[in-house]
Design a binder for this molecule. Structure first.
Ligand code: ADP
Ligand code: MG
Length: 186
């Protein structure tokens, strides 16, 4: 899982970008606030790395974050991983949704409500996608401390392809009295 390690062999699949199987760089945010939250996140990182066509190149530490949007729920455990993938963004989303289902995620109907596992694509190369089922960069990433904190933990120089600001600049621009996060004891 170290940066710079050889990219594992990718199986041929129909979800590739139309670029001859080039390797793309994506950042994925991971969150859980039901059950063993840390184990759910760690399992998701291992499962992502084992998925064909995806390799985890770097990961953040685990963070504990105050819920945002719907306060009456447990704090979340969050992390961000950097992956290398031959998949298109849509195929990668399919992989993430499969892992959410495997983790037993049930849709409660409450927007931003409790979940066993949430996997979101935050950034995918410099792509900008605005479709019904997929928006990249993630439309709320720049206002979420629980995304920007772990992202800075991996690489504070990552640039938001629309706002043209680094993860560190976006993090520093957040209002200080909102959205507490803590590095979780590892
Ligand atoms: P949220 O993560 O916003 O709390 P969900 O995990 O329930 O909510 O996702 C709702 C829908 O968001 C998914 O069905 C997916 O199609 C869509 N979606 C749009 N953009 C993204 C993205 N960048 N990453 C993951 N899901 C996304
Ligand atoms: Mg999601």
């Amino acid at each position: 899982m170290n940066r710079g390690a050889a990219v594992k062999n990718f199986e041929a699949d129909s979800g590739r970008c139309a670029d001859g199987g080039a390797v793309h760089r994506a950042y994925i945010s991971i969150g859980s606030n039901i059950g063993d939250r840390a184990a759910n996140c760690e399992r998701a990182i291992l499962a992502l790395d084992s998925a064909s066509g995806v390799r985890v190149a770097a990961r953040s530490r685990l963070f504990l974050s105050e819920p945002v949007g719907y306060a009456d729920q447990r704090w979340f455990v969050n992390a961000v991983v950097k992956v290398e993938t031959t998949f298109s963004p849509f195929a990668l989303l399919g992989v993430l949704q499969g892992l959410e289902r495997d983790a037993g995620r049930k849709r409660s109907g409450i927007r931003f409500g409790p979940r066993t596992l949430d996997l979101d694509i935050v950034i995918f190369d410099d792509m900008i996608i605005d479709s019904d089922g997929l928006e990249i960069p993630h439309p709320r990433m720049h206002e979420r401390r629980f995304v920007l904190g772990p992202l800075c933990d991996i690489d504070p120089r990552v640039v938001h392809p629309v706002l043209k600001k680094t993860a560190r600049q976006l993090y520093d621009a957040l209002s200080e009295d909102e959205q507490k996060i803590l590095v979780r004891e590892q």
